[in-house]
Ligand binder design. Sequence first.
Ligand code: ADP
Ligand code: MG
Length: 623
Amino acid sequence: MALLQISEPGQSTAPHQHKWAVGIDLGTTNSLVAAVRSGECTTLPDENGHVILPSVVRYQNTDEKQVGAVALANAELDPTNTLISIKRFMGRAASDVKSSYADLPYQFVGDDDGLVAIDTAAGVKSPVEVSADILSTLKNRAEKTLGDELSGAVITVPAYFDDAQRQCTKDAAALAGLNVLRLLNEPTAAAIAYGLDSQQQGVIAVYDLGGGTFDISILKLTKGVFEVLATGGDSALGGDDFDEVIVSWLREQWDLDSIISPRLSRSLKENAKKAKQTLTDQSTATVNITLDNGTELSAELSKATFESLCTGLINKTLIACRRSLKDADITTDDISEVVMVGGSTRVPLVRQKVESFFKRPPLTSINPDLVVAIGAGIQADILVGNKPDSDLVLLDVIPLSLGIETMGGLVEKIINRNTTIPVAKAQEFTTFKDGQTAMAVHIVQGERELVSDCRSLAKFELRGIPAMAAGAAHIRVTYQVDADGLLSVTAMEKSTGIQSSIQVKPSYGLSDGQIADMLKASMVNAKDDIRLRMLVEQQVEADRLHESLIAAIDADGDLLAEAELNTLSDALAKLLDLRHHQGTEEQLKAQIKHVDDLSQNFAALRMDKSVNAALSGQKVDEV
Ligand code: ADP
Ligand code: MG
């Protein structure tokens, strides 16, 4: 029998147990896995020596599937069962996807406001399941290469991913049997890859243009501590769109619109991509296409034409850069480095335009395809405990403000947009009605003043509040966003300690386009919103005053002389009329003040009455 070894107290403990942890870049187009071995983080190759795994899964039947390059190679043959760029659908509603991607060859299924799924030869597949197939391929590759089981993984997500999209990514990892140490924003991972190597200080812009997403992050780096000052971008802008402008150009050249088939469409896309990549190193590219009837077509695409086709797309990324600088409250002069990430930053015009925007040459020394996975691998190694002395702390920010619905359909922001996470913030609320014993907590996300203009994340109720006068209860609502960007909300009544909480796992997410639209709308509508908010506040105040005075008149109306009671009732009736028939904020405010003044005497009489009642039967010296 083997003896267990026990080290003596105070003496060195057992030799440090190395645990394997990997970083996974689960990309829209390509995915990679990286790990720290002998102190260096490298991407891990498959048995053919390829480190890049195309994020493509082909479902042949219930038992067979292909993942990666083989699947991609068969995409043209089997377009409906070969799922490409599935990350775009993560955490998205069926209705969203069906309308945004109507021309894709997939059979989308799912209730309109439920999550999207795709019908394949292997049955209905959700984006979570497809992502899990990609992740488990990488997991197997890593375990084979490293020769051991994995203790955990850091998986990267676009900085703009919302709650639903992050949750779906976690679900996919769980399905693939991975222990998720943390979800990490892709640009932050890239900064780790550079920052740790060169021990930089200063403000860094990470420009990540991949296949399907664009992210810009402004990071502040101080002695190994990263703070994300701002994030921005567009989850529907990337190299795919570069391919798309070439496809449109080809369709126009050859007048293909009436004969387009799923196969031809896929073939155009693949050839457009090849041409684009050729133009990174050469001044012209030849595109050859075979039509469904066997006709062969050929066209020359010059670099100049390509650049004129994609200038607008690149400019869009620079607009997002400008906005993020503004969010971070800095100018390009404050930026000390620009990091290039993503395969599309290989396009020379992208590099040129980014350089002239930021007024400095961007960093490209780490392969822009691998840099995210390498940063994630470094982070995974630290989180799993292989580097106990490391004090790397990561801070990220939330992309849209998180708020709560208050009376009148207004939003009270609890955590502001661009707040660094993890974060917890609390605010106190009270009841609106006398004797109110329950409170509905409605969590919303967005920048606008009205609930109807924001996105609803979740609702729950706090019950069992002791009956008290309106305004007497103290309900503390706490919003907490963890390091993965997931939100939990707790409401607690302070006198009793009763509480209720929820983990927000919304049914579907927002696209970056929608996030950008919501931000834009909040700026455009700021003035109107504030005016409306002030009006609604007066309406709520009118309701509150009306309700409490009616209750008081019911109980103690006999304290007032008839004439006084009539004046007060008339004033209340006028208030109600203004409230429900388009009274302006000023009119409501004036009438509220009028009613308030008129009821002063009534309030005093009621106070006397209740004091007398309380004192009756007691001797004065006992008081
Ligand atoms: P993602 O993060 O979305 O998975 P990647 O960072 O792997 O994407 O980038 C993939 C994109 O990079 C694709 O659109 C691909 O066509 C593009 N790409 C790769 N190599 C080149 C190249 N040499 N020139 C231009 N674009 C390229
Ligand atoms: Mg990427």
